[in-house]
Write a protein that binds this ligand. Structure first.
Ligand SMILES: Cc1ncc(COP(=O)(O)O)c(C=O)c1O
Length: 384
């Protein structure tokens, strides 16, 4: 049977392929975006897990928008105004898919920073959106370019990851957040703020979300994958009721609802008095790993390469002199270190500047240091 045309436009995920190769014991993987499974708060989930056995009602079919007590908890936690609501999704990835299916017609334009999150490009590609890339600097998107794009291309949405961007780790400045919100109002563009890494800040102070400056023109995606566990497959989508309601209709057709026992378990975890301490612990752990990686890179990267410091999240971005980054990633893999080459993160891979994404959350500091030795050695052979 012939596959759908939309699927033909989507390349298979390079990261999944490289992750398969990186499972070799001799390879240190900086390629994935995995939280450390030793941090999963299973102890904190135990009381809720036990309670589940006394709650047959959560094993019944449930409401499409999500488990009522959890929705109520999240509306309070996110301090949403009366006009806004939350719906639960099977990971924030499904939230993205529901947004695309509810709002994108083939040919509609979606703006995102280039480079951008691969999973978002896949979703909007499948919905046959035209993805328009806007370049990114250390403060966030290039605002002049963004305005020109809003003005001349009349996009429907701007998909953004303002806190610790995947893949670059960039965190938007406060001024950029305000300016983006202003542009969204001015040019009638809906902001899709994807915030899976927001809680993983280990330096500096948390900034307001960009969507806080354009509350009635934004949909927010939050994920419990990085602060609880990805296997729960739970994310939350919030925004004005009139923007969320059409997505509930799409979700009905997609999977009826996300797992109710898992939602009840998540609620128990969020209400556990130890949860804040859990987040503080993973922040400190990831900060130590980041520092080990960054210091080693700073000391060992050959001089034309540049690494940017980050204040949180899971990734750093290493800029390289112009080279074939796919060939480089392959030779690095043979040298025992897995990384992701920059073109996979660009809507148009031919426009990618040469860089590598490195993850620091799922390896021990000693492994990160050893990975950098292998990386530096490989880089010296390949490009210097
Ligand atoms: C920017 C971004 N958005 C969304 C997701 C998907 O997260 P979830 O596990 O909640 O589906 C990821 C996962 O890595 C991500 O990096």
């Amino acid at each position: 049977m012939e596959i759908a045309h939309a699927l033909n436009r989507i390349p298979s995920s390079y990261i999944r392929e490289i992750l398969a190769a990186a499972s070799d014991k001799n390879v240190i993987s900086l390629a994935g975006g995995l939280p450390d499974e030793q941090t999963f708060p299973i102890e904190l989930m135990k009381p809720a897990l036990e309670r589940l056995s006394q709650m047959p009602e959560v094993f019944q079919y449930g409401a499409t928008a999500g488990y009522g007590p959890l929705i109520q908890h999240l509306c309070e936690r996110f301090a949403l105004p009366e006009t806004h609501t939350v719906m639960m999704a099977t990971g924030s990835q499904q939230g993205l898919d529901l947004i695309a299916r509810a709002y994108i017609n083939p040919g509609d334009r979606v703006v995102m920073e280039a480079p951008s999150y691969l999973g978002a490009m896949q979703v909007f590609g499948l919905a046959q959106a035209e993805i328009v890339g806007v370049s990114q600097n250390e403060q966030g998107p290039d605002l002049a370019e963004l305005e020109l794009c809003f003005k001349t291309q009349t996009p429907k949405m701007f998909y953004a990851v303002p806190d610790f961007h995947n893949p670059t780790g960039v965190c938007w400045s406060l001024e950029t957040r305000k300016q983006v919100a202003k542009l969204c109002y001015q040019y009638d563009v809906t902001l899709i703020e994807d915030a899976p890494y927001r809680e993983l800040r280990f330096t500096g102070t948390m900034l307001p979300m960009a969507s806080e400056f354009c509350l009635d023109k934004a949909i927010v995606l939050r994920s419990f994958s990085k602060i609880a566990s990805p296997g729960l497959r739970l994310g939350a989508v919030s925004g004005p009721r009139e923007l969320i309601d059409p997505m509930v209709k799409v979700k009905q057709g997609a999977d009826l609802h996300s797992s109710v026992p898992m939602q009840a378990l998540l609620l128990g975890l969020l209400e556990n008095s130890g949860f804040d301490q859990h987040i503080a612990t993973i922040r400190a752990l990831y900060q130590g790993r980041y520092q080990a990686l960054f210091d080693a890179l700073d000391a060992q990267l050959p001089s034309p390469c540049r690494v940017y410091p980050v204040d949180g999240g899971m990734f750093v971005w290493v800029e390289l002199p112009s080279c074939d980054t796919f060939a480089l990633a392959k030779s690095l893999l043979a040298n025992g270190v897995a990384v992701v080459p920059s073109p996979v993160f660009y809507p148009n891979p031919n426009e990618a500047s040469s860089a590598l994404r490195l993850n620091f959350t799922n390896a021990q500091p000693e492994e990160l240091v050893e990975a950098v030795s292998r990386l530096a050695q490989g880089l010296k052979q390949a490009i210097v």
